[in-house]
Design a protein around this ligand. Structure first.
Ligand code: PXG
Length: 478
């Protein structure tokens, strides 16, 4: 059944595309899906009972499911699709590179042209002081590389005991053994004996989640000083690096108070430890700058990237390496015994270059910074007037709001009620992809979104908040 019709199937919802629409047998796909496909981060039995939504097509900021329903994808796939769906130049770049040279490795004194071009381009786009790139295939692999690189750096400095890396509770850095160890999610650590040795965590700068007895600025300073307390607890001579996302994404779009990052920079400078900015979500224009650290004015030593480097059209990730680490690795280092078969994969790099052509050509960081970012802020933060919303905040093109039982006091719902999940289901069923992290509803739309589409997005969010409000009211939950 997976063939493309030229005429739209009869009885399709009115907003579905009428030409070139794929027809799918949804029930068959769902049955085969649950028979064979173990999904990431999923309760397989529960999904099998319900059936996965089959997403079959994308165009611009919209995706369509196998039943022909159109959804505004306010999550850009999974924080990835910066340039939107249906960008043919990325497909053409992959096709051309596959014909020219589909694969060759970069291990044994060989290299490939797209990897050279992409490395030089990324160095040009990065903040000053970044001179090298290490390629991986995902954010998780990028962060595993970070762990190896940080520890190698300190070995080369004659301080191998500086193996401790400090990360944050509710930060997300991936799902490999290294990435999941850096991530601050207990439920991940509980499966597989994590974290690996010498990874420790401090609290997150989530002011709304605190008791709110201090101003956000006072809280931001206090949260940053948890880093100094941890350094002193572990012993400054043992600490190699601090890693954090500029804005926590998967943790629920946690935007730190303005005082937080400058204080973090002061502390890492004071103790001479490396600063790693995990920009898997914040990189490539998401916060209105090429990299999120530029928004907050921090000077990291390493930057992890993935996702929007190819807009998710093909897997690619890696680490931008600042001069301090690069010169140690290169001048003193000898072999760095680390790498992946597909480090610098020519097809992935060719797609990244075509993607960067669009991001640079349309100056999407500026589009976010000066146009749609402020517009989203104005309209998204106005959702605070909704009776279910206790807090609503944006930064560039990420945004999060907290669903609460009592907006006046900010009193939370009982987490067991899973109100966020209820709201997310209303979104899905009403043409909007919005994610729930507990009772925080979050978005990260494609960077190419327009003001008119933001109006549509806000109207959809409001509608789904209304539906959620009547449901929780009728269930007597507020
Ligand atoms: N760092 C950050 C900041 C991320 O957001 C990774 C590393 C790992 O990247 P890979 O490519 O290995 O997945 C991520 C990934 C969610 C969600 O629920 C977020 C991510 C992945 C899966 C789900 O929001 N981010």
């Amino acid at each position: 059944m997976n063939s493309f019709d030229t005429a739209g199937p009869a009885g399709q919802p009115a907003d579905a595309p009428s030409a070139g629409t794929p027809r799918f047998d949804t029930a068959d796909l769902q049955a085969r899906d649950s028979a064979s496909f173990l999904h990431p981060f999923t309760d397989t039995k529960a999904l099998a009972a319900r059936g996965a939504r089959v997403v079959v097509r994308g165009e611009g900021i919209y995706v369509w499911d196998s039943e022909g329903h159109r959804m505004l994808d306010a999550m850009a796939g999974l924080w990835c699709v910066a340039v939107g769906y249906g960008q043919h130049t990325l497909a053409e770049a992959a096709y051309a590179q596959m014909q020219q040279l589909p694969f060759y490795n970069s291990f044994f004194k060989t290299t490939v042209v797209p990897a050279i071009d992409l490395a030089s381009r990324l160095v040009r786009l990065a903040p000053s002081g970044f001179s090298k790139v290490f390629f991986a295939n995902s954010g998780s692999e990028g962060n595993d590389t970070v762990i190896r690189m940080v520890r190698r750096y300190w070995d080369l400095q004659g301080q191998p005991q500086r193996s401790v890396i400090i990360s944050r509770i509710n930060g997300y850095h991936g799902s490999t053994m290294g990435g999941a160890s850096l991530s601050g999610m207990d439920y991940m650590h509980a499966q597989g004996g994590l974290p690996i040795p010498d990874i420790v965590h401090i609290g997150q700068p989530y002011w709304f989640g605190s008791d709110r007895s201090e101003s956000p600025d006072a809280f931001g300073l206090r949260a940053a000083r948890w880093l100094e307390e941890k350094i002193l607890e572990v012993g400054p001579e043992r600490v190699g690096a601090f890693i954090a996302e500029p804005v926590q994404g998967a943790g629920g779009v946690i935007i730190p108070p303005a005082t937080y990052w400058p204080e973090i920079q002061r502390i890492v400078d004071k103790y001479g430890i490396l600063l790693v900015s995990d920009e898997v979500i914040c990189g490539f224009g998401r916060l209105g700058h090429w990299f999120g650290c530029e928004y907050f004015g921090t000077r990291p030593d390493l930057i992890t990237f993935a996702k929007a480097v190819t807009s998710g059209y093909i897997p690619l990730g890696g680490v931008l390496v600042g001069d301090r680490v690069a010169s140690a690795l290169v001048d003193q280092g000898g072999d760095f015994n680390h790498g992946y078969t597909y480090s610098g994969h020519p097809v992935a790099c060719a797609v990244a270059l075509a993607n960067l052509d669009i991001i640079e050509g349309q100056d999407l960081p500026r589009h976010v910074r000066e146009d749609v970012g402020p517009y989203l802020k104005q309209h998204f933060e106005a959702l605070i007037d909704h009776p279910l919303v206790g807090h609503a905040e944006t930064c560039g093109l990420v945004a999060g709001l907290a669903l609460v039982a009592d907006a006046a006091t900010g009193r939370a719902f009982d987490p067991a009620l899973e109100v966020g999940m209820l709201c997310r289901d209303f979104c899905f069923n009403n043409g909007l992809v919005m994610r729930a992290v507990g009772d925080r509803m979050i978005i990260s739309p494609p960077l190419v979104i327009t003001r008119g589409q933001i109006d549509e997005l806000i109207a959809l969010i409001r509608h789904c908040l209304d539906l959620t409000l009547s449901e929780v009211t009728s269930r007597g939950w507020r």
